[in-house]
Design a protein. Sequence first.
Length: 210
Amino acid sequence: MQVSNAHSKDMATRFRGYLPVVVDVETAGFNSKTDALLEIAAVLVEIDKEGFLSPGRTVQCNVEPFPGANLEPEALAFNGIDPHHPFRDAKTEHDALNEIFRPVRQALKESGCNRAILVGHNAFFDLGFLNAAVERSGIKRNPFHPFSTFDTVTLCAMAFGQTVLARAAKAHGIVWDNDAAHSAIYDAGKTAELFCGVMNQWRRFQLGTS
């Protein structure tokens, strides 16, 4: 896969060598050590020659619960996921993470960035499940920074006075579908739109075009 943005090298100086990658996970509970990771999606962020950001390639995987994983009924009722549905085409944590990490590593190489940084709405939650799955899988080359994140909760509180993803999206003029929400690929996509939107508002201010 080739990074489609011709100006990808500009990303290396935009965030001090960090490559922002929007990540969302759907899980079977709140405890990353005991509860199953069920879905993961990542959206690569691109930059143009004027410094404006846009969502790029999206990758997504359904994930098999790891052996002995806890499945909280309340969490499954909330996200509507049946972990044992025969048509989920779920992958092991190891295979799912490798599928997510492969384009991230390539984007790092092509952009000249040193490390991916997770962008998320309540990013500590997504990073916690990502790190726990990496540890269980024995993956040695995790492209993401182990603890630093960009959190759109903070950005949206500053920009719109909103902290809930759906409300922040609507405040920014992003169409929101409640029926599609709470899937990793949908929430990651909307979070990417929000992140790029807030960053671009600031860029326009810097350029005096707001």
